[in-house]
Ligand binder design. Structure first.
Ligand SMILES: NC(=O)c1ccc[n+]([C@@H]2O[C@H](COP(=O)([O-])OP(=O)(O)OC[C@H]3O[C@@H](n4cnc5c(N)ncnc54)[C@H](O)[C@@H]3O)[C@@H](O)[C@H]2O)c1
Length: 277
C-alpha cells in the first residue's frame, strides 16, 4: 500500500526545489497535488524565483506519477491568492489532508544594514505566509473531519545566530511559536502541525549565481566546489548539503499515518549541524 494513497496535498512554493520534490514524492505515494507558486521575482531578493516553465515541469512530473494536479500562480503574501488556490483545489478534489507550507525566500545584510523591504519581504513570506496558508486550509480540514498533517518548512537558522540573516532567522524561529500554537489549537480536530529544520539544501536558494557570491564572498567567481567547502563545515556528517529528496523523506513520513501521533515537534534534518554547534 502506498503511504499517502488517496490523500490530497496543498504545497506552496511547488514550482521547483524542495516544493517540487515534495509534490513528486507525495504523488508517487498516491496523493493528488494542489501546487501554488509566485512565479515572479521579488525585488529585494538577489536570486530569481521559479518560472512558469518550472511549474509546468512540476505538473508534468506529478502526472507522470499517475496523479492529478491543480496548479496556480499565487503569492503567500496575499490571503486571497491562497484562498483561491484552496477553493480551486477543493473544487477538484473535495478535501485537503496534507499541507506543505514550503514557500520561502532569503536575502542578506548585517542586522543594522538590512533595508526595510528586505526585512518585510522575508517576514511576510516566510512567517506571515505560513500563517496565511494555515488560515486558508484549516477550515476545510476541520470541516472534512478526517484530521490531517500541516508540515512547515523552517530551517536550522531558527536555532542559530545568523549575522547576515537576522530577518531570515527571525522568520524561521517565529514559525516554531506558530507551529506549537497551531498544533495545540488543531489537535482536537486530529490535525497535526510540525516544523522541519533542514541544514543547507541543494536548490536555487543557495546555488544560484547570486547566492554563490553571497556564501563565498572572498572568491572572485565562485563555483559549486567553493560552495561545497563553505557548507561542509556546518554539518557534522560528511556532506555539504542535503538533496531536496532528503527533506521529502521527512515530509512523506509526517504526511503519512506512520506519524499519526507526532504533533507539535520541531524536527531537524540537519546532518548533525545543530549538535555540532
Ligand atoms: N535551500 C536551503 O539551503 C534551505 C535550508 C533550510 C530551509 N530552506 C527553506 O526551504 C523552503 C524551500 O526553499 P528551496 O530551498 O526549495 O528554495 P527555492 O528558492 O528553490 O524554492 C522556493 C520556492 O518558493 C517560491 N516562492 C517564493 N516566494 C513566494 C511567495 N511569496 N509566494 C509563493 N511562492 C513563493 C519560489 O518561486 C520557489 O519556487 C524555504 O522555506 C526555505 O527557506 C531552504
Amino acid at each position: 500500500v502506498r503511504r499517502v494513497e488517496g490523500k490530497v496535498a496543498f504545497i506552496t512554493g511547488a514550482a521547483r526545489g524542495q516544493g517540487r520534490s515534495h509534490a513528486v514524492r507525495l504523488a508517487n505515494e498516491g496523493a493528488d497535488i494542489i501546487a501554488m507558486d509566485r512565479l515572479a521575482n521579488v525585488d529585494s531578493v538577489a536570486y530569481s524565483m521559479a518560472t512558469m516553465e518550472d511549474m509546468e515541469e512540476t505538473v508534468a512530473l506529478v502526472r507522470k506519477a499517475g496523479r492529478r494536479v491543480v496548479a496556480r500562480t499565487g503569492d503567500v503574501r496575499r490571503q486571497e491568492d491562497l484562498d483561491e488556490a484552496v477553493r480551486e483545489g477543493l473544487g477538484e478534489f473535495g478535501h485537503i489532508d496534507v499541507v506543505c507550507a514550503n514557500a520561502g525566500i532569503s536575502s542578506f545584510g548585517a542586522v543594522y544594514e538590512l533595508s526595510e523591504d528586505q526585512w518585510i519581504d522575508v517576514i511576510d513570506t516566510n512567517l506571515n505566509g505560513v500563517w496565511r496558508t494555515i488560515k486558508a486550509v484549516a477550515p476545510s480540514m476541520i470541516g472534512y473531519g478526517k484530521g490531517g498533517s500541516i508540515i512547515i518548512t523552517s530551517s536550522i537558522a531558527a536555532f542559530k545566530g545568523s549575522p547576515n540573516s537576522s530577518h531570515y532567522a527571525a522568520s524561521k524561529a517565529g514559525l516554531i511559536g506558530l507551529m506549537h500554537s497551531a498544533a495545540n489549537g488543531l489537535a482536537p480536530h486530529n490535525i497535526r502541525v510540525n516544523t522541519l529544520h533542514p541544514t543547507g539544501v541543494a536548490t536555487e536558494m543557495i546555488q544560484s549565481p547570486a547566492s554563490l557570491k553571497r556564501f563565498c564572498p572572498n572568491v572572485e567567481s565562485p563555483s559549486l566546489t567553493d560552495l561545497r567547502g563553505a557548507f561542509s563545515n556546518a554539518n557534522s556528517l560528511d556532506i555539504p548539503w542535503l538533496e531536496p529528496e532528503d527533506v521529502s523523506d521527512a515530509v512523506l513520513w509526517l504526511a503519512s499515518d506512520e506519524a499519526k501521533y507526532v504533533t507539535g515537534i520541531a524536527l531537524p534534518i540537519d546532518a548533525g549541524a545543530l549538535n555540532k554547534g
